[in-house]
Design a protein around this ligand. Sequence first.
Ligand code: HEM
Length: 411
Amino acid sequence: AEYYKNPLTTIWVGREPRIIVQDAWVASDLLEKRADIFSSRPRFVVMGDVIDATTTNQTTLVYGDRWRVHRKLMTNDEVAQLALAVMEAVNYVVPGYFLMEAVPFLAKLPSWIYSTPSKIGKGAALFSQYFYLLTQEGANAKVPTFGKTLLKAQPEFNLSDKEVSTLASNLIGGGVDTTSSTMLSFILAMAYFPDVQKKLQAELDEVLGDNRSQTWDDVDHNLPYLIATVKEILRWRSVTVLAGIPHANTVDYEYKGYFIPAGTNITGNLWAIHRNPRDFPDPDVVRPERFLNGLENAYPNQRGSNPFGYGRRQCSGQPLAEQGLYYSLGRIAWAFNIEPGLDENGNEVKLDIFAFTNTENMRPEPFKVRLSPRTPKIKEMILAEAQTARDELRIYDIETKVTIKEALQAA
Ligand code: HEM
């Protein structure tokens, strides 16, 4: 983005153009203001055809009624009940990562010539079967589960087993890595920018003291600096550097002399957009004031950033993700002082705010910090609250009996 100084860059992957939008305002013109036509998905060879997700997964479904059913089923209160596990980031949407995207017929070659597609396809089928079995098992539990909701919805919406499976597994695939990476970026930022940490703690101390930890009501009404800090972290090191999953337009579109044929793969470069010094002066400095009393600098949407993507296709887990972040990060800052870790000689290590993984969902490389309870009373309180949480969640503490082996037999 810096080199070409052009708001739209086309990368050719074989004969397929990939448009990368480098500028907040142009991204908004296309993906937000014309969300009526830029809310579909392009053809994905690996992330779609090879893993048989093109017609079964919300993330890859083209814009339309089937996609609406998936969104509807997912934005259900019970989703918030789910426990999430970690899934490794894969570089499905990085242009040029898979040769198959440029030369789709490679995906059709026999596996003795080119084995990657069949390996990925088999892995995905196994994964899908595993999640279907887990959903069935979850549906049989005594407690309310999302599995119950999904299996009840299956005949009503004529969902295939694969669709049920992706609806369940997307919560993990879409939700875990993104949320936990943001939490890590927050911890890194607090250790690196102690003044921000102090301001945040001053607000938490004023509202809560060390008498009680925060409630949902505090999050909703009393903690504007916390909300601004979380927004700033989501901007500062947006997990999805290329805005998650590319969009595609459903009809041909002309924009300021550029012709964008229907079905074009188009995505926002959040790393560039959120660090453009015109919109965010000193972009690598964490400064929640950018979002504190309205927006400090103009931005094409009210939120002032796009960490959850664009328009109608915006992340369907956003409310869950934001609530989780406000709650957990507020508590971390209230409960602990966060400082750089110590090396073997007892000296503070130097933290690197640019040491992030080179993946489409990025997270900080491992770093050393010290977290110490801020007062003995707080320490007591967090231990007691942890015990209460464990007790309350015990009803979900059921060991799964489904194994990958069973999934392999059924796949
Ligand atoms: C900090 C946390 C998160 C971030 C930064 C994030 C970011 C994103 C982005 C940028 C997109 C692409 C949107 C677009 O195409 O314009 C997306 C889509 C999606 N996210 Fe998230 N996400 C987060 C948490 C979650 C959670 C917790 C869940 C599930 C519970 C989730 C599930 C999904 C799904 C299913 C989609 C595909 C939506 C569709 O294609 O219609 N995400 N997310």
